[in-house]
Each structure stands twice: as C-alpha cells, then as structure tokens.
Design a protein around this ligand. Structure first.
Ligand code: ASP
Length: 338
C-alpha cells in the first residue's frame, strides 16, 4: 500500500525567494515546486499532501503559538498519514523540535523537522535532498519520535542544535548519536529509538512561564543575576562553566541564587560547553550551586531545557514536582551520569 506523508510548511529559507528586501517566504511557491518535482511522481515515493501555513515566517519569528498550531495540525491529521514533515527555518529549528517532543505526548509516528541553508529556488539548494530524505524516513520507518533531519543525519529533535550559520552541516547532536545516517543506504540505529507508546497521542499546549537563560562569564556582577532573577521570573537556565561550575568565592552570587530559590524560582544548571554533562558533585565550584538550590540540567541542550521548563510549567505542577521532573528523562532529552 502506498505510504503517505503530511508536509506542513511553516516558512524558512527552504521556501524563500529573492525579493527587493532579501530572501523572504513566498506563499504557494514551495507547494508548486513539490508538485512539479519529478521525484514526487515516482512510484517508490510516498503520497504527499503539502499544507502551507497561512503566514509563512522566518523562524526567528517563531513563538509557542506557532508550535501550538503545528502540534494541532499534526493531531488533526494524525490518523490519515504514516508520518509528518515540518518545513521550518533553520535558526530556531532545534527549539521547535525540542518543544514538539514535549508537546506531542505518546507519539507513535515520525515527526521530522527539516529545512535548508539555500532556498529551493537556487541551483545549489540543499533543500531538495533534505526534503526527499525526510519524506522517505517519515513514510517508511517506524520512528516514534520528533526528529530533526539535516545533511544526511537524522537527530533526536530535543538533542539537536544549530552549529553552523553557513555550512550545509548546520546541525549536530553533541550528546547523543544520530538516530539514522543517510548514505548509499538509510541506516536507522533502532537501539537508540524511544520505545513506542501504548496510549493514544495527546497534545499539550505550552503557556510559557516567565523564564530566561543566562550565561556565566568571568567578572559577572552578582547584581546582574539579581536583577534578572527578580519577580516575576519563575525559572532560569543558568549556563555554567564545564561540568556545572560557578565562581564559588562570590558570596553575593550565591546569596542571590539562594534567595531566588527560597522564592520558588527554578534555576537549572546547564553547561555552556558544546558537549558533556553537568555533574555538580565533581568540584567545590559546582557543589556550592547545588547547596544553594540549583538543580542539574545534566546534558540537556539549552533548547531542550528551556522548552522542557515551558512544558512542565504548562502542566500546572508545583515547584517541587517541576524540579524533580526537570531532572528526569522524559523524552530521551537527557542522560544521567553513569
Ligand atoms: N532565517 C532563516 C530562518 O530561520 C534561516 C533558514 O531557514 O535557514 O527562517
């Protein structure tokens, strides 16, 4: 039986055309390109339905409202298709993939976010390969996860990050191997995949709380963090040094963290390193953070930690439960130190 894939086009470079003001998304264009691509007329290609969002956006304009529209769209078409491809700008693609991984609870089918660095209207576009491979993976492989496909690699969505503003190898998954590699053959590493659910899909809307991210740097003034942590802030992703370290001799900094913790602000320690995980037990400079109420983000990306905070707050949980679940593995987004 012919497989079928639902393609939702949200915007981004892949469907952009040159305008007087630079590349911008153009309605109807990508739909037409896909309809006229000979690849999609082949018998071994799944049937695709393309739905363009009413307003196509550069992904820098992506917000949780658009995530909700995408999630609802998947839910509304869930039973009719074997898999889903979301065409999206690369700039915030990893945030969207992370957010959807939490919003789509008990997902049993592949949802693959992809896009391109060069638009489809250009000769050297990388969009063609990304689109075709993403569609084939979504149609033919039993991958019950939100993924990100780019440049021959399928990544777990909530492990992915944009790592190159210009190159074709624009994404990576620093703390988790690719789920699949696409070469002469398509190799899916099944041992890495999440187990399929035994419940029907449920979709959770995100009502973003007041949260933020901040990176430590030598010479940081405790007053900056104090201002940042002031009400109404509810949570902070603190990007610390190395395996989760902060200046332990800065008594003021520790005081403001403690006071924030006492007010119920959730401070999550993620490393500012590209790879590796937070273990606050390793150094005195990490342990003091733990002693002042900071919780571990382990090896979560900034994108995963932020969208997970959105998700847990949106479930209406109390502070203790949010802290507990932030440190649990919910969708394959974190690894505990072994
Ligand atoms: N600014 C574009 C976007 O994120 C970049 C891209 O799609 O590659 O929508």
């Amino acid at each position: 039986m012919t497989r079928s894939v639902y393609i939702a086009h949200t915007g981004g470079t892949i469907g952009m055309k040159k305008t007087a003001n630079g590349y911008a998304p153009v309605r109807g264009y990508l739909d037409e390109v896909i309809r006229t691509m000979p690849e999609f007329a082949r018998e071994d290609m799944p049937t695709v339905v393309v739905r363009e969002f009413e307003t196509l956006i550069d992904s820098s304009d992506m917000t949780p409202s658009e995530w909700w529209r995408i999630a609802q769209d998947i839910r509304d078409h869930y039973d009719q298709f074997d898999g889903f491809v979301i065409l999206h700008g690369t700039d915030t693609m990893a945030y969207t993939a992370s957010a959807l991984s939490f919003m789509l609870e008990d997902l049993a089918k592949p949802v693959i976010v992809t896009g391109s660095q060069i638009p489809m209207c250009e000769l050297r576009t990388d969009g063609r390969d990304n689109l075709i491979s993403a569609v084939l993976l979504a149609a033919n492989y039993d991958i019950p996860e939100v993924c990100l496909y780019f440049h021959d690699r399928l990544y777990r969505g909530n492990r992915s990050q944009k790592v190159d503003a210009n190159g074709f190898h624009a994404f990576d998954s620093p703390n988790f191997p690719p789920l699949a590699e696409v070469g002469i053959s398509i190799e899916v590493n099944r041992s890495l995949l999440l187990p399929g659910p035994n419940k029907p899909l449920r979709v959770q809307q995100l009502n973003p709380p007041m949260v933020g991210t901040m990176s430590l740097f030598p010479g940081i003034n405790a007053g900056i963090i104090e201002n940042f942590l002031k009400p109404p802030l509810q949570g902070l992703i603190l990007q610390s040094y190395g395996s989760g370290n902060a200046p332990s001799k800065n008594a003021e900094l520790l005081r403001v963290l403690q006071e924030a913790n006492d007010r119920g602000v959730i401070v999550v320690n993620c490393t500012q390193c590209y790879r590796g995980l937070v273990d606050m037990n390793t150094y005195e400079c990490g342990r003091v953070l733990m002693q002042h109420g900071v919780i571990s983000g382990y090896d979560m990306t900034r994108e995963a930690a932020l969208t997970k905070l959105y998700y847990l707050f949106s479930l209406g949980l109390d502070t203790a439960s949010i802290k507990q679940r932030m440190q649990q593995n919910l969708r394959g987004e974190l690894t505990h130190p072994g």
